[in-house]
Design a protein around this ligand. Structure first.
Ligand code: AMP
Length: 210
């Protein structure tokens, strides 16, 4: 299974990717996580990416495509993968279509902007392993501590309300057109995001396995 997850920031893409990854036994490739690690490690990619991310804008296509070219060479991609956060522009989608990689399905998770703004204000992320939590919808067992690795939890810098507004604008302008692009290719499946993770997961599996 080679799957693309398309959704606005905060729609639950990362969480559903984790669930799907476990179910199908294939890795999730999260471009956001790759870029945040590069920032933490202080690499050249991280230094370039940081200013775009903090402004809620996308990093340039040529740079993102180079990162993904390298990532796809990794052995763990052989049996399939879930793409969380890539492609995010038509240019990225066209580059992926022109590559030898065959995508099987594209899942769009639909959530309205108001719900997203509310959700992102309670989102927490593990500073060590990147697992996401939510103060109400997915609280950790011990406040401030990651259930999986014991790492420290905190809000993402780009979840600040001003940045969230810009990220949503970026999503509507640059990523949403991909829904039509993949519908025309006959690859699109749609799942309506629900208020609970388990309910969203149910509609996600129904959409993928229909
Ligand atoms: P995410 O964790 O998927 O919300 O990504 C966080 C940020 O990383 C985005 O707001 C963008 O600035 C950047 N980013 C992630 N994926 C891409 C991509 N495919 N193309 C360009 N920028 C990206």
């Amino acid at each position: 299974m080679r799957l693309i997850l398309l959704a606005a920031p905060g729609a639950g893409k990362g969480t559903q990717a984790e669930i799907l990854s476990e179910h199908y036994g294939i890795p999730t490739i999260s471009t956001g996580a790759i870029l945040r690690k590069a920032i933490k490690d202080g690499t050249e990619l991280g230094r370039t990416a940081e200013k775009y991310i903090n402004e809620g804008k996308l990093i340039p296509d040529d740079l993102m495509l180079k990162v993904m070219d390298e990532r796809f060479k990794n052995d763990d991609c052989k049996n399939g993968f879930i793409l969380d956060g890539f492609p995010r522009t038509l240019a990225q989608a066209e580059a992926l279509s022109a590559s030898p990689i065959e995508i099987d399905k594209v899942l769009s998770i639909e959530v309205d902007d108001q719900t997203i703004i509310e959700r992102l204000s309670g989102r927490l992320e593990c500073r060590s392993c990147g697992t996401t939590y939510h103060t109400e919808h997915r609280p950790p067992k011990t406040p401030g501590v990651c259930d999986k690795c014991g790492g420290e939890l905190g809000a993402r810098d780009d979840d600040k309300p001003e940045t969230v507004k810009q990220r949503l604008k970026t999503y509507h302008e640059q990523t949403e057109p991909l829904i039509e692009y993949y519908r025309e290719k006959g690859l699109l499946r749609v799942a309506k995001g629900q208020s609970e993770i388990e309910e969203t997961s149910k509609v996600v599996f129904e959409a993928l396995e229909a």
